[in-house]
Design a protein around this ligand. Structure first.
Ligand code: PEP
Length: 250
């Protein structure tokens, strides 16, 4: 099998202004002409239309940071997968630890969101990861396997269509990164778990997320089961994001 292109997805979280987005996306588009990896920007919903226009003519894919588990109807504040498709959205992050932590999202809800996304042609980027307390209690394997198992249970028939992001919660926005070996260990077990559900597990992109930056990207991306990155803070600075893209293109 030819090695798959890596995927670098920026997660802007709740950041941005019309003016700042304009400068950021223009700089990324201008700087990534030689990229040999896939690049996506997961932006706040109100900015989807703006970024859809700004990325025009580039290979950047558009992503959302969440999606409703419901198709449509009386769900105030929710954004449906169908609406995202109308804006050319290819990816939606589901189950980010900030949504699990601050919005009470359960494994079952995350699995349903992945299902609705897939049913509407949006690729879910399913986030899994343990907290510091869970890691210190030796529960990392149990936690990430449980989180992924819920998504496999509901989406087993098309599980090779998802993207997985391993994001240790203790590494998100903290400047603490998993070592390449720590990350690879978890990625390998997630691949194995996918392999029990599909013959296509090698096709699935498993991204690492958690303080990935210009300095540490290359060593993380060199690991055999790390197929890209989900980048928070560093995706807001064009030079840093471009260096990560360059590392993924090597
Ligand atoms: C994230 O929010 O998905 C993330 C990985 O953030 P950061 O890169 O800032 O740790």
């Amino acid at each position: 099998m030819t090695p798959k292109r890596k995927l670098i997805a920026g997660n802007w979280k709740m950041n941005g202004t019309l003016e700042a987005n304009d400068a950021l996306v223009r700089a990324v588009v201008a700087g990534m002409k030689q990229a040999r990896c896939d690049v996506a920007l997961c932006v706040p919903a109100p900015y989807l239309a703006q970024v859809q226009m700004l990325r025009h003519g580039s290979t950047i894919d558009l992503g959302a940071q969440d999606v409703s588990a419901q198709e449509q109807g009386a769900y105030t504040g929710e954004v449906s997968a169908k609406m995202l498709r109308e804006f050319g959205v290819r990816y939606a992050i589901v189950g980010h630890s900030e949504r699990r932590q601050y919005h009470g999202e359960t494994d079952a809800l995350v699995a349903d969101k992945a299902r609705t996304a897939l049913a509407n042609g949006v690729t879910p980027i399913v986030c899994v990861g343990e907290t510091l307390a869970e890691r210190e209690a030796g529960q990392t394997v149990e936690v990430v396997k449980r989180q992924l198992a819920a998504v496999i249970h509901v989406n087993g028939h098309c599980i090779s269509e998802i993207v997985v992001a391993y994001e240790p919660v203790w590494a998100i926005g903290t400047g603490r990164t998993a070592t390449p070996e720590q990350a690879q260990e978890v990625h390998a077990l997630l691949r194995k778990q996918l392999g029990a559900a599909t013959a296509q597990a090698e096709r699935v992109h498993i991204l690492y997320g958690g303080s990935m930056n210009a300095a540490n990207a290359a060593s993380l991306l060199a690991q055999p089961d790390i197929d890209g990155g989900l980048i928070g803070g560093a995706s807001l600075k064009a030079p840093d994001f471009l260096q990560i893209i360059a590392a993924a293109s090597a």
